[in-house]
Design a binder for this molecule. Sequence first.
Ligand SMILES: [Zn+2]
Length: 143
Amino acid sequence: MSIQSDEKERICAYAGCARTFEGRKDKIYCSDQCRNAAGRNKKKVARWEEPEHFGQINRIIMRNYQILKRLYNETGTPLKNWQLSDEGFEFKFMTGIYRVDEGIDIFMCYEYGWYQLPDNKVRIYIVPPLFLTGMATVTNRTK
Ligand SMILES: [Zn+2]
């Protein structure tokens, strides 16, 4: 059996250094510079690393988009809400609201959107992306 010592050769925990050094057991960086550099990196990761739920929400919105695209018909025939739900559509997830008129809001998933009609029916619309981003506006709307 060997005698345990508090002084032990270790490897600097800062990946950019990884030098071996001697020091106290609780010391994980070889120097203050390395400790600071590691701290800065950790902050960067916290700021830029996308949280897991971003991906989950994005996937729901993408699925909604694909369902709207698939079920869209040019005649504007209304669909039943369950026809969307059965495909996995989530009515609470959207990318924005496109206001056609006072009280007429289309819930958008990118350029496809749905308008809620009475009796649990919906009508699917396409709104050109330029309108969504406000880079173009409707000028000659007919009543
Ligand atoms: Zn170091």
